[in-house]
Structure formats: structure tokens, C-alpha cells
Design a protein around this ligand. Sequence first.
Ligand code: SPV
Ligand code: MG
Length: 317
Amino acid sequence: MPMSVRSALKQNNGVIRLIESHDRFSTEVIRNAGEEIPSFEGVWISGLTQTTYLGIPDTEIMSPLQRSSYKLPYSRNENVLCAAFDADSGGPIEHALALKIILIREGVSMIIIEDKELIAPGTKVNSLLSADEPQPQANPEDFAKKIQAFKQGPVEIFGPSDSDFMVTARIETFNLRIKKDDPIEEAASVQKALEDALHRAEVYTQAGADAIMIHSKSKSPSEVLDFLKKFREKDATTPLVVVPTTYSSTPRQTLIDAGANIIIYANHLMRAKIQAIEPIAQSFLAANPELFSNDEIARACLDAKNYGCLLQILLER
Ligand code: SPV
Ligand code: MG
């Protein structure tokens, strides 16, 4: 049996780190990392990096169900790592059961669905982008129905492993907020967004969400920290998930002290891979391919930034 996110949390005093994987090789690198220092507890099957790997945009042009069925970078054999699947909007509500069955079969024990509304396939806007036309946010009560759909079945098929499967509701309020120029209006808008995010968190946990993810593309961690602290005043137990991509200089302990349980490093291996292969591709272009010897290729590969070194840096932070 693969490790579940729930068990990993129990075994690690309620705090775990997941890192992005977009192919089986990345998962293998993660699995072998950290022999001398504690490793990552699991992988994040990122929509952004899985689609980058497939050469398509992160716009939900492929439904989460299709993405789960095509080259999943994780299988139940990777039993020391737990896995969480980025399911974008969750897809059409009728897909929920099939998607859940595929994920449980592969040993994935957490799905994260975001409360952005997908008007049509291919119209999702990645949360880190500032779009002229922000994607609409789902009505909280409608989104609660989606959470309930993922909470249903199939205990008859999977037995107790289903009770280990976690449904995480991802709140996008902070990313969809339009900034105001006027400082007084801006302060009011920030406060309104915090209240909306807290309200959504309550609606989603009441609908059965096992965990809440709060996302932010701000360089400052303040809105995330405010959310974590306020949420924890009312709810001491529901696991909270954060993705410190843009506020990456925030110490991990600050996030944990505010109430975070799951920290996701969402796109790092793909970024490291691009950095590693770019110089090799450039030297290929610069050289006459006929004259390019195997030795030169091998040297170029060794000179390139090591794919695993970023893992080591992250583990030591
Ligand atoms: C992903 O990794 O696909 C995510 C996180 O959803 S983010 O790109 O920050 O939205
Ligand atoms: Mg995503």
C-alpha cells in the first residue's frame, strides 16, 4: 500500500512537504533525495508542470479526468511517498467518481479542487498570472456541491482506503481580487477578500472538505498568514495547505506557526529541468552537429545545472 497524505501527516507531527513531479523520472529523483536529511514526504502532481511536460498550456484544455488517465507521474509502487493531485476546477461534476476511482487505484490519496469556474475547456487562467479578464470564481454553494460529489463513494469498491482519500478545497479569492489604486479602497478590498476567503473555508469544510488550501500570488505572505491565523482561531484541526511560490522567502516555520500543515513546492523541478537543459540545447545550436562528439555532449551534460541540486537546497531550508 502506498503512503497516504493522512498517514504522512500523522507520522510527521502534522506537517509535511510535497514537491512537484511531472514525470516518473522526477518522482524517482524525489524518492531518492534526502538520505542524510529528512526528505519530502510526497509529490504534488501539478497541473502546470504536467501540462508543460505534455507541451500544452495550463488552461484545463485537457480535463482533470483526461490528465489523470495520461502519463500520471506517480504510481502506487512509489510507496514511500504520498501524492496529491491538482485537479484544477475538478472538471464536470459527473466526472468526480471516475476521477476518484482512477486516483485511488494509482495510490493518490488527495485531490485538490479550486473554486475558479471553468466556462469552457481551455479557458482556465493559471493562478500566478494577472489576466486582463480574471477567471470568474465559483459560487461557494455550487462549489460545495462539487466537494460533496468527490466525497461520495466508492467505499464498496475500495473499502477502507476510501476513508483515507482527502478532498481539499482550494480558495482563489486572493488571486482573483482586483487591486485598487486608492490606499483606503485597497485596505477595504483586502479586508473584504479575507472575509470572503474565511466564509468560503467554512462553507467548504461544512460540505465535507478534508483540508483547505489558501493560494496567493502576492510576494508578501501577509494575506496568507492572516487567513491561517484567523482560520485557526475557529478550527484547530482541519489541515491547511499553502503554496509559497511567490512569497518563497518566507521561512517555513513562519507558515507552520501560523497554522499551515502541508507546504507545496509547486513547480520547482520543472524550472530546474528547464535551467539544466537550456545550456545544452544552446551548445548544440552553436556547434556543428557533425563535429559534436559524444565526449562533448557528455561534458555539456555534466556542466549543466544538476537536476537534483535544487532538491538538496530545498530540503536544507
Ligand atoms: C499547479 O502547480 O499547477 C498549481 C499551483 O495549481 S499554481 O501554478 O501556483 O497555481
Ligand atoms: Mg494547477
